[in-house]
Design a protein around this ligand. Structure first.
Ligand SMILES: Nc1nc2c(ncn2[C@@H]2O[C@H](COP(=O)(O)OP(=O)(O)O)[C@@H](O)[C@H]2O)c(=O)[nH]1
Ligand SMILES: [Mg+2]
Length: 602
C-alpha cells in the first residue's frame, strides 16, 4: 500500500509542477486549471479510493459565481439558514462543511484529503481568507426529517476570476472531492464567462452536476431553464455522454425573506425539489461513489493523453536547438575538409611508394641484374629529377590540424551562442541555454571537445600507419604475386632490350643508346602503376579521416551539445521525466482503484 501512496504523492507533485510550468508560459496557461483539477482529483478521489474510504459521507458541493445565491442554496439543502448569506460579493473566502444535525459522521482523514487546506478548530466568519476549511453541524430541528443524513454539504468560495488563485484552489479542492455538485447561477449573471468555464470543466471531469438558477421572476423560470440548457449546456465541450448523467436544471425563483429564513418551512417546495434531484443522482451511496472514482480515473487518463501537447512547444524548441548544433557540426566538418584535408599530402604514402618500388627490385641472388638495369636508367632518372626540381613544388603547406580543429570549435560555439542570444528572450528552453552560455558553457564544452580531439588524434595516427603499411604488407604476404610482378618487370626490360637489338640489327653504337631509353620507359610504366595504387590509398585515407572525424570528434561533441538543455536539473529534463511518469502512475493507480466496469449510469 505504501508504494501506492508514494506513487500518488509523486503524481500530485508532478501535476503541481506541470501546473506551475504551464503558468510560466502564456500559450500553456489554458492547461493550468485542468492540471490543478487533475491534482485535486488525484488527491481527493484516488487518495480516498486507495485507502478504501467508505462511501459515506457523500460530498455535496455548492459552487457558482459571486452573489449567485450559493450560501442561500446551501441553506436550502441544510434545511436551516446556517450559511452566511451575504450581499457582499466574494464574501465567502474558504469552504465550510455542514454536517447532518444528528448521528455520527466519520470525518475523512486520508492522505491527500483536501490538499493543503487546514481544518479550523473554531468557528470563523466565512470571509477568513486563508487555506482553511471549517466544519459545522447543522442545528437539530425537532421532529425534522433528514433526507441528506449521509451527505456533507459544502458552501464554497465564489468562482469569479481565474486570477484569484488563493480561493480558486480552495474551491477546486472541494469540487474535486465532491460526489455531487450544485452549480448555482443567478438570473442576471447565469451566463458569466468564468463560472460557465468552470461548469464546463466540472462536467468534463465527470462530476454529477445539478444546475440551480436563482432569483428570476416565477414566470421566467421555464424559459430561463430552456435558455440555459441551450446556451450553456449544449455548448459544453467533450462531454462523455455515457459516464455523465443528464444534467438536471432547476429554478429557485426570487425568494421572499420568509422563505430564505425558513427553507424547510416557508421555502419547503424548493428545498424538496432540490433534494429530490440530489437523491435521484445518487440512488445508493456505493453507486454514487463508484461513479465519482470511475469518472475521476477517466479524467486523469484523458489528462495524461493531452500532456504531450504541453510538451510539444518545448520539444519543438529543443529540436531547433539540436538542428542548430547539427548545422554547426556540418560547418565544422566542411572547414576541416577545406582548410586541412584538401591541403594535407599524407606524406606517409610517399614512403609507401618508395617501399613498393623497392620491393619490385630483384631479390638477393639476382640483385646484380637490378643494379645493371638501374645503371642503364641512371641518365633518365637524373634528367627526370632535374626536371621536377626545375618545375619546383609550389604546394602551400596546410594549416596545422590542431589549429584548424580549434578554430572550427570556436566558430561552432559562436554560432550557437549567437542563436541563443537571438532567441534567449523567447522560450524558456532558449533562456536556459543563453544562461548556460553566461555561466561558461564554452569552457565546459572544451572538456569533451579536447577529450575527443585526443581520441581522434590517436585514431588518425594509427589509421594512417595501418593504411600505409597495408599496401606493402599485402604484397609481401603474397610471394607468388610479388615474384610474378618482379619477373614481369625483368621480362619487360629484357624484352625491350631484345626488341631494340632485333629492330636495329646489326646495331651501331648510337642504336645502342636506345637501350637505356627503353629500359627507362618500362620502369616508368611500373612506377606509374605503383603511383596509381598509392594515390588510390591516399584518397581512401582522406575519406577515412573524414569518417574518423565524425565518429570520434564531431559526433561526440555534437551529442554533448545537443543534450546540454536536458542536463540534470533543467526544467526540460524535469518536464521529460514528469511526462514519462505521469501516465505510468495514472495507469498503475487506475488499475488499483477502478471500481467496476462502467455500470449503467443512474
Ligand atoms: N431577494 C432575494 N435575495 C436573495 C435571493 N437569493 C439570495 N439572495 C440574497 O443575495 C445575496 C447573495 O446571496 P448568497 O447566497 O450569499 O450568495 P453567494 O455569494 O453565492 O453565497 C444575499 O444577500 C442573499 O440574501 C432571492 O431569491 N431573493
Ligand atoms: Mg456565500
Amino acid at each position: 500500500m505504501n508504494t501506492h501512496r508514494e506513487k500518488l504523492t509523486q503524481l500530485t507533485d508532478d501535476f503541481d509542477w506541470l501546473e506551475e510550468h504551464c503558468r510560466r508560459e502564456p500559450e500553456l496557461a489554458r492547461h493550468a486549471e485542468h492540471l490543478h483539477l487533475a491534482a485535486a482529483l488525484a488527491r481527493n478521489i484516488i487518495g480516498g479510493a486507495l485507502e478504501q474510504q467508505p462511501p459515506r459521507p457523500l460530498h455535496l458541493a455548492v459552487v457558482g459565481g459571486a452573489g449567485a445565491g450559493k450560501s442561500t442554496v446551501a441553506n436550502f439543502l441544510a434545511g436551516t439558514p446556517i450559511a452566511d448569506a451575504n450581499p457582499q460579493a466574494g464574501y465567502t473566502r474558504h469552504p465550510t462543511a455542514y454536517l447532518p444535525a444528528t448521528g455520527a459522521m466519520p470525518w475523512p482523514s486520508y492522505l491527500g484529503f483536501l490538499g493543503n487546506l487546514r481544518k479550523l478548530t473554531d468557528t470563523q466568519p466565512a470571509s477568513l481568507d486563508e487555506d482553511v476549511y471549517q466544519v459545522q453541524r447543522i442545528p437539530a430541528r425537532d421532529g425534522a426529517s433528514e433526507p441528506l443524513q449521509d451527505y456533507i454539504i459544502w458552501d464554497c468560495p465564489d468562482m469569479t476570476t481565474w486570477a484569484s488563485s488563493g480561493y480558486i484552489s480552495r474551491l477546486m479542492e472541494v469540487s474535486a472531492l465532491a460526489d455531487v455538485i450544485v452549480f448555482v447561477a443567478s438570473d442576471e449573471r447565469y451566463n458569466d464567462e468564468v463560472p460557465t468555464q468552470y461548469l464546463q470543466m466540472l462536467i468534463e471531469a465527470g462530476k454529477a452536476v445539478i444546475v440551480c438558477i436563482t432569483k428570476m421572476r416565477e414566470a421566467d423560470a421555464t424559459p430561463m431553464i430552456e435558455h440555459f440548457r441551450k446556451e450553456v449546456l449544449a455548448k459544453r465541450a467533450n462531454e462523455n455522454q455515457s459516464a455523465i448523467p443528464p444534467i438536471p436544471v432547476l429554478a429557485i425563483p426570487s425568494l421572499t425573506k420568509e422563505e430564505r429564513a425558513d427553507p424547510a418551512g416557508a421555502g419547503a417546495r424548493y428545498r424538496i425539489a432540490l433534494i429530490n434531484h440530489v437523491l435521484a443522482l445518487c440512488p445508493t451511496l456505493d453507486e454514487a461513489r463508484d461513479r465519482t472514482v470511475r469518472n475521476a480515473v477517466q479524467y486523469l487518463e484523458k489528462a495524461s493523453e493531452s500532456l504531450l501537447s504541453i510538451a510539444s512547444n518545448d520539444l519543438a524548441e529543443l529540436d531547433h536547438w539540436k538542428a542548430t548544433v547539427k548545422a554547426g557540426r556540418t560547418q565544422f566538418e566542411e572547414r576541416y575538409r577545406r582548410e586541412y584535408l584538401a591541403g594535407e599530402p599524407f606524406k606517409r604514402f610517399d614512403r609507401t611508394r618508395e617501399q613498393l618500388l623497392g620491393m619490385l627490385e630483384l631479390p638477393a641472388g639476382l640483385r646484380y641484374l637490378s643494379a645493371a638495369f638501374a645503371l642503364l636508367r641512371a641518365p633518365y632518372s637524373y634528367f627526370r629529377e632535374f626536371l621536377i626540381k626545375l618545375a619546383g613544388t609550389s604546394e602551400v603547406p596546410p594549416l596545422p590540424e590542431q589549429a584548424v580543429l580549434r578554430t572550427g570549435f570556436d566558430a561552432w560555439i559562436d554560432t550557437l551562442r549567437a542563436e541563443a542570444l537571438k532567441r534567449g528572450t523567447g522560450h524558456p528552453v532558449w533562456k536556459q541555454i543563453a544562461n548556460s552560455f553566461e555561466a561558461g558553457l564554452k569552457n565546459q564544452a572544451l572538456v569533451p571537445f579536447e577529450a575527443a580531439v585526443r581520441q581522434f588524434e590517436l585514431k588518425e595516427g594509427d589509421e594512417l600507419e595501418q593504411a600505409g603499411r597495408s599496401l606493402t604488407d599485402r604484397l609481401a604476404q603474397q610471394p607468388i604475386i610479388l615474384g610474378g610482378v618482379r619477373f614481369a618487370k625483368v621480362s619487360f626490360d629484357v624484352l625491350a632490350i631484345a626488341l631494340v637489338l632485333w629492330l636495329t640489327w646489326l646495331p651501331s653504337w648510337y642504336h645502342l643508346l636506345l637501350i637505356p631509353l627503353a629500359v627507362s620507359f618500362t620502369h616508368q610504366i611500373f612506377e606509374w602503376i605503383v603511383r596509381g595504387t598509392v594515390e588510390a590509398a591516399r584518397f581512401s585515407a582522406r575519406n577515412k579521416r573524414e569518417s574518423l572525424l565524425g565518429a570520434h570528434l564531431t559526433g561526440p561533441v555534437s551529442e554533448w551539445l545537443q543534450a546540454k538543455p536536458l542536463s540534470e536539473g533543467s526544467s526540460i529534463e524535469r518536464l521529460q521525466s514528469v511526462l514519462r511518469r505521469v501516465p505510468e502512475n495514472i495507469r498503475e493507480l487506475a488499475v488499483i482503484v477502478k471500481p467496476h466496469p462502467a455500470t449503467n449510469a443512474p
